[in-house]
Ligand binder design. Structure first.
Ligand SMILES: NC(=O)c1ccc[n+]([C@@H]2O[C@H](COP(=O)([O-])OP(=O)(O)OC[C@H]3O[C@@H](n4cnc5c(N)ncnc54)[C@H](OP(=O)(O)O)[C@@H]3O)[C@@H](O)[C@H]2O)c1
Length: 313
């Protein structure tokens, strides 16, 4: 089968298209013939450093990156009960851990997958995985009706799902992006847009109950200023040291924490339902052929992705 293999950490040029053996299935896994893969910032972050690779893959080299996929089941392990050959499935597999999804065939644990919604393309299904799971796992238990929610980077992969899910939960949603993405984020249901290039969000947003911070750094520190008493912030890219520093600076009983998204069939089934009922929609802004995986990485590394970037077979 064709796979994109990475022998050592470094630039996108290290991603090599190769012919390798199909994976051997474990009892709890299905073999998915991959049709579409979604790319996330974590893909290039892990690709870039040996520490990142070791965190996800241990000492194994070479590795196959990738966690987000949609495809068709072509074989099932002995203990698999939820899927049969021919089912169309989607999910974020083995995250955090060895994803192995940049391949024509992927061995995926059944408890990381859901059946694809009817009337959804493989591209849209693949897009509704890591980024959508993150938005769901962050917001579902933290945001309630009428909360004032600020979503930084609302036009990105996580942000564009987060706007739709926060609105579904009944929140008032304020979001940041540059001016060119204003119409896009408003079309997702945002109530207010802040162009971070011309406006200081910390001077515009007030009384915020919850912040989903997809930026970190200075933006996390400035976020403390706009919070209501007892509000909370989840910062996706921040290290434990930065979270600790921000928590020390926080007053008004504000809580600052991080969250690492986890593979989950239960949450994938929630996303399936949200897609089927039209509550969320994936926005795929660019699609690359499998052989151009390196270009897809460069696109993500630009930091300008609108919605999701997909690679397809
Ligand atoms: N902890 C976890 O489990 C977890 C899970 C998912 C993601 N993450 C992390 O969360 C971050 C966001 O992920 P993502 O997939 O959403 O990224 P992404 O799709 O690459 O985000 C790109 C978007 O960011 C916007 N942006 C750039 N600079 C901005 C700024 N200063 N203020 C507001 N928006 C800005 C861009 O809009 P403009 O072009 O309009 O500027 C663009 O639309 C990444 O660091 C990722 O690694 C962590």
């Amino acid at each position: 089968m064709k796979a994109i293999v990475l022998d050592k950490a470094g630039s996108s040029e290290n991603l090599m298209l190769m012919d390798i053996n199909k994976p051997v299935l474990k009892n709890n896994e299905v073999l998915v013939e991959t049709k579409a893969i979604s790319i996330n910032p974590v893909d290039y972050k892990i690709r870039s450093t040996e520490e990142g690779l070791t965190m996800m893959y241990g000492a194994t080299r070479p590795v196959i990156l990738g966690w987000d996929l949609a495809g068709s089941v072509v074989a099932v392990g002995e203990n698999v009960s939820q899927f049969k050959i021919g089912d169309k499935v989607f999910g974020m597999v083995n995250f955090p851990g060895a994803g192995n999804a940049y391949a024509e065939f992927v061995a995926a644990p059944e408890n990381h997958l859901a059946k694809m919604p009817v009337n959804t393309s493989f591209e849209e299904a693949a897009a509704t995985t890591l980024a959508a799971l993150t938005a769901l796992q962050v917001l579902e238990s933290r945001v309630k009706k009428d909360d004032r929610v600020l979503i930084h980077a609302g036009s990105g992969g996580v942000g564009h799902f987060a706007i739709q899910i926060a609105k579904h939960l009944g929140a008032y949603v304020i979001t940041t992006s540059s001016a060119k993405n204003r119409d896009f984020v408003m079309s997702l249901g945002a109530d207010e847009h802040i162009d971070y290039r011309t406006q200081a969000f910390e001077e515009v947003a007030t009384d915020i109950d919850f912040i989903l911070d997809g930026m970190g750094g200075d933006i996390l520190m400035k976020s403390l200023k706009v919070m209501r008493e007892g509000g909370s912030i989840i910062s996706l890219p921040s290290s434990p040291e930065i979270i600790e520093e921000a928590q020390k600076l926080a007053d008004k009983n504000i809580s600052v924490s991080a969250l690492l998204v986890q593979s989950s069939a239960k949450d994938m089934n929630t996303l399936k339902e949200l897609l089927e009922t039209g509550v969320i929609k994936a926005h795929v802004s660019k699609t690359f052929p499998f052989a151009e995986m390196a270009k897809a990485h460069l696109e993500l590394e630009s930091g300008r992705t609108v919605g999701k970037v997909i690679v397809k077979f």
